[in-house]
Write a protein that binds this ligand. Structure first.
Ligand code: DAH
Length: 338
């Protein structure tokens, strides 16, 4: 029995409350009517005479210490929550810090990878004229390839529209700068498309443009292979398929090996082992000439990718709409501080 009392004494001595509630709980537990001390005083009668002295001393000490603790802490927490005594020097709580949006994370990574091989970022307007979005890019009026991108028009004749790709920024950059040119155009683009798990009327693109003397298709392929490995891992392979874009000739679409199934085939890559990530090609001489660059002296490559697509592959997101809903339960998963 003496042992139990000593244990209780230890509990009392090490009591270090954080709130008023804890103090109240403590007071009731030890000093309350049905508390430990009253229990012990009741038990005192049955203690053998020879131990009564020692036992009594310990219980008294227990009572005094418990009372001292209550006296010390009672009321101290109430004043802290009192508005008039807000302590402005207290460090702020970092509980509700925001996190970067996954599209920003993917964009920053892409930009960072190309920065390392000399590309810098250029920006342009989201509201464009027809010339910068289409005509300069070898898409004259009535050209059927204009239908590849359903356009939101703000005004007709003269046409003002929401840019359908960031290639319009490349046009502006070529007009204002002389080769060698190494630029990335990053930003929001708009297309009149039905919203689904794989498409949205607003999305983000990053396009690259390199113009210099003697730029070859091999340079393009090497830059893209470097990008794919940096973005998706050292073992990543790329595959180029011939394609068509009005502004590049020849043109290709680029696939990366599926890192979900290691190219063995799964439902994400539709059992092909590869996933499409971007379009690219050698800049059509007509585009260079339209933008005031001598196509006999210079050649160049260009590529364009959807940031959502890259983010979906990188983070295993199956529905593109999640990027636009801003549900914190989704966004929190990209918080690196968790
Ligand atoms: N602008 C194209 C699109 O939005 C993507 C693209 C393809 C950009 C090939 C390029 C390129 O610069 O060379 O569909």
């Amino acid at each position: 029995m003496l042992e139990t009392v000593k244990e209780l004494l230890q509990e009392v001595n090490s009591f270090n409350p954080k709130s008023e509630k804890e103090v109240d709980f403590f007071r009731l537990k030890f000093l309350g009517k049905k508390g430990k001390l009253n229990e012990l005083f009741a038990d005192f009668k049955s203690v053998p005479n020879e131990s009564k002295k020692e036992f009594g001393q310990v219980i008294n000490m227990l009572k005094q210490n418990a009372q001292a603790k209550v006296d010390t802490y009672k009321g101290t927490f109430e004043t802290e929550s009192n508005d008039s005594e807000i302590d402005l020097t207290r460090p702020v709580s970092l509980d509700n810090l925001g996190s970067r949006h996954p599209i920003s994370l993917a964009r920053n990574q892409i930009v960072d990878i190309f920065n390392r091989i000399g590309f810098t970022v250029s920006e342009g307007p989201e509201i464009e004229d027809d010339w910068h979005n289409f005509t300069a890019l070898n898409l004259p009026e009535e050209h059927p390839a204009r239908d590849m991108q359903d356009t939101f028009f703000i005004q007709t004749s003269p046409d003002v529209l929401l840019r359908t790709h960031t290639s319009s920024v490349q046009v502006r950059y070529m007009q204002e700068n002389k080769p060698p040119i190494r630029t990335l155009s990053a930003g929001r683009v708009y297309r009149n498309e039905a919203i689904s798990a794989r498409a949205h009327c607003i999305f983000h693109q990053i396009e690259g443009l390199y113009i210099n003397k003697n730029v070859s298709f091999a340079d393009l392929k090497q830059a893209l292979l470097y990008f794919a490995k940096e973005m998706f891992g050292e073992k990543t392979k790329i595959r180029l398929r011939p394609s068509f874009f009005p502004f590049t000739e020849p043109s290709a679409e680029v696939d990366v090996s599926c890192n979900i199934c290691n190219s063995k085939g799964c439902n994400v890559c539709k059992y092909t082992g590869y996933l499409e990530i971007l379009g690219c090609g050698m800049v059509d001489p007509n585009v260079l000439e339209n933008c005031g660059i001598d196509s006999k002296k210079y050649t160049g490559y260009a590529f364009g990718m959807g940031v959502e697509r890259i983010a979906m592959l990188k983070y295993g997101v199956k529905d593109l709409r999640l990027f636009f809903e801003n549900d914190v339960r989704f966004l929190k998963q990209f918080d690196k501080s968790i």
